[in-house]
Design a protein around this ligand. Structure first.
Ligand code: PGA
Length: 257
């Protein structure tokens, strides 16, 4: 594929896997995958499993991260986890603005912007999730929603900072539904995002940023998705929980790039 962006396969485990299950998964993944350097493999276990995952992935190229993070550095924020805490246990990236965080836990673009700022300031790679709901798509609001989510999340950040962020386009209607976007629909949204990034922050920024697709990605559809020119990898929920399907996804991508 004719560009220099990094291909990323990221697993979002959501609220699954104890420490014991995490250890077994990573050990098996390391054993059964070639994990070559063409594809960056990211895994985001629950907070309590991060340290175990980091230890198990030591001396492998797997990057372990978190599914969320506080926008605050420290203080009276019951139940929250700071960037410093994440870095101490070895997390190297954080997923921000996942649609489950937006919908169930009422995170808005402004909070996500604060979290993004904190991640950048603290040098944790940020994976920013955006995406429209089914209703918004039906109402032909997809592009304006994506534009607004990007614009508001990046407010106040410099081009240099924005360039470090990875975006995951995850249409809400495709998450956990077994109804992945077609490669054409996904590509259209990715191309739109890249064009908007280019207009707003310049071509160099837009062309260096990886944009992942997420929503019912499986071993049998990952290939057709990542063949599209603006799709630089995948963020995977359900199919990342099973080591066979996750490593099959990695292998399928490695074979294509
Ligand atoms: P899914 O989840 O692969 O189970 O659809 C994707 C996600 O929520 O990141």
């Amino acid at each position: 594929m004719g560009h220099s962006r990094k291909f990323i396969i990221a697993g979002n485990w959501k609220m699954h896997k104890t420490k014991k299950e995490t250890l077994a998964f990573i050990q098996e993944l390391v054993l059964h995958s070639s994990l070559n350097s063409k594809v960056a493999v990211y895994i985001a276990p629950p907070f309590t499993s991060i340290e175990t995952a980091v230890e198990a992935a030591e001396e492998t190229p797997i990057c372990i991260g978190a599914q969320n993070m506080s926008e605050f550095s420290k203080g009276a924020y019951t139940g929250e986890i700071s960037s410093e805490m994440l870095k101490e246990v070895g997390a190297c990236f954080v997923i921000l603005g996942h649609s489950e965080r937006r919908q169930i836990f009422h995170e808005n673009n402004q909070m996500i912007q604060q979290k993004l700022k904190q991640a950048i300031r603290e040098k944790i790679a940020a994976l920013l999730c955006i995406g429209e709901t089914e209703k918004e798509r039906d109402q032909k609001k997809t592009q304006s929603i994506l534009r607004q989510q990007i614009e508001e999340a990046f407010r106040g950040l410099s081009s240099e900072e924005i360039q470090k962020v990875t975006i995951a386009y995850e249409p809400v209607w495709a998450i956990g539904t077994n109804r992945a976007a077609t490669p054409e629909i996904a590509e259209e949204a990715h191309a739109f995002c890249r064009e908007f990034l280019s207009e707003r922050w310049g071509e160099e920024v837009a062309h260096s940023m990886s944009i992942l697709y997420g929503g019912s990605v499986k071993p049998d559809n990952v290939g057709e998705l990542i063949r599209k020119p603006n799709i630089d990898g995948a963020l995977i929920g359900g199919a990342s929980l099973d080591v066979d399907s996750f490593s099959q996804i990695i292998r399928n991508v490695e074979a294509l790039i």
